[in-house]
Design a protein around this ligand. Structure first.
Ligand SMILES: *Cc1c(COP(=O)(O)O)cnc(C)c1O
Length: 381
């Protein structure tokens, strides 16, 4: 099956009891057994729920994996991966990682003896130097957030394989429509389905997708033993969102490309970060591993003070000032004070994340209206 067919059909069967075409919301905590231990594969809803099963099967198909495992949030999904580790294990990750992922590694897991280091994995020589024996988990996010660097998945997965390092790729920014890390040898793909997969800014949800059965069993064990499972209503909403994933992401990418070029030529705008530019440091890698360049665009202002940035941020009407991304509506954000506030300022500045950097999550509205909105706001810069 091709992607556009999978989003609609993979894992989805008409409801066996009624024929309902949409997967029902199985709002139940337990399932009746006909005799002790005799049941239909469902015992207790922390362990299994049919709405969740449909979603897990669908997500596995979208990422070319064999097993999907869903969680109450993207960070709960990350937490399950962290629980595969032991005290003394080392994590290597990228230096402009999602703030919440950084916070979990540093502020929750360091006290359990799990060390994490952050380097610029989008630089091939740095990646070759840093991916070495002794590391247990390589944690990759590409495109990175908010600098939109691109990490070469083929390269880092090959290096990790040579040294027996497990690889987890946070594929939230690309979505499964644009990029499939398991194809390059990643062991685990993580999604904050809160973003593009759900796509309607109405649910918090996370997922892991793997190929390997033993790894899936371990993660299912952790999912059940530690309990951060999503409710059936949330699984239903994600399933509903997924059906239009390819169409939404296509349009959002088209809009983002127009906006990136427009900003690049704007007299009030400084550097524009967008992997679709031929001049982007990793443009060729993006072309190789992504179907399109994504719908996130970051930019700095010529007058690069936080004060000027605040004026722009407060004067858009269609772009809403909010955290998050990947919904049908366009959002504007200030990473330094919002999504990346949990990263110390010195660490932020090292990656180019200045106090005046503005991040856009481009939605699927009419692009002329979006451009006019940004132009108006930029008159305040
Ligand atoms: C939002 C996000 C997360 C965390 O997901 P939640 O669903 O908010 O817990 C992880 N990684 C990336 C790249 C994100 O954007």
């Amino acid at each position: 099956m091709k992607f556009a067919t999978k989003v609609i059909h993979a894992g989805i069967e008409p409801d066996p009891s009624t024929g309902a075409i949409m997967t029902p919301i199985y709002q139940t905590s337990t399932y009746v057994q006909t005799a002790p231990g005799e049941h239909k594969g469902y015992e207790y809803a922390r362990t299994q729920n049919p709405t969740r099963t449909a979603l897990e099967t669908n997500l596995a198909a979208l990422e070319n994996g064999n097993h999907g495992i869903c969680f109450a949030s993207g960070l709960a999904a990350q937490d399950a991966v962290m629980k595969l580790l032991y005290p003394g294990d080392q994590i290597l990750s990228t230096n402009d990682l999602y703030g919440g992922s950084f916070r979990q590694m540093r502020r929750v897991y360091e006290k359990f003896g799990i060390q994490s280091n952050f380097v610029d994995l989008s630089d091939e020589s740095v990646a070759r130097e840093a991916i070495k024996p002794g590391i247990r988990l390589l944690w990759v996010e590409t495109p990175t957030n908010p600098m939109l660097n691109i990490i070469d998945l083929e390269l880092v997965c090959d290096l990790a394989k040579q040294h027996g390092i497990m690889v987890c790729v946070d594929n939230t920014f690309a979505s499964p429509y644009l990029q499939n890390p398991l194809d390059y040898g990643a062991d685990i793909v993580l999604h904050s389905a809160t973003k593009y997969i759900g796509g309607h800014s109405d649910v918090i949800h996370g997922a892991l997708i793997v190929k390997d059965k033993t790894l899936a069993d371990q993660l299912h064990f952790i999912q059940n033993a530690t309990g951060a499972v999503p409710g059936p209503m949330d699984c239903f909403l994600i399933l509903r969102g997924i059906k239009t994933l390819h169409v939404r992401v296509q349009r959002a990418c088209q809009n983002a490309a127009r906006i990136a070029h427009h900003l690049d030529a704007h007299p009030k705008v400084g550097v524009v970060f967008y992997p679709g530019f031929a001049s982007h440091r990793n443009h060729q890698v993006a072309k190789k591993q992504m179907r399109d360049f994504g719908a996130m665009v970051s930019f700095d202002l010529n007058s690069n003070t936080q004060e000027t940035a605040n004026k722009v941020l407060s004067n858009t009407r269609l772009f809403s000032l909010a955290e998050s991304l990947g919904g049908v509506e366009s959002l504007i954000g200030h990473p330094a004070s919002m999504t990346h506030a949990s990263i110390p300022r010195e660490e932020r500045l090292k990656t180019g994340l200045t106090d005046s950097l503005i991040r856009l999550s481009v939605g699927i509205e009419d692009v002329e209206d979006l451009i006019a909105d940004l132009d108006t706001a930029l008159t305040y810069a």
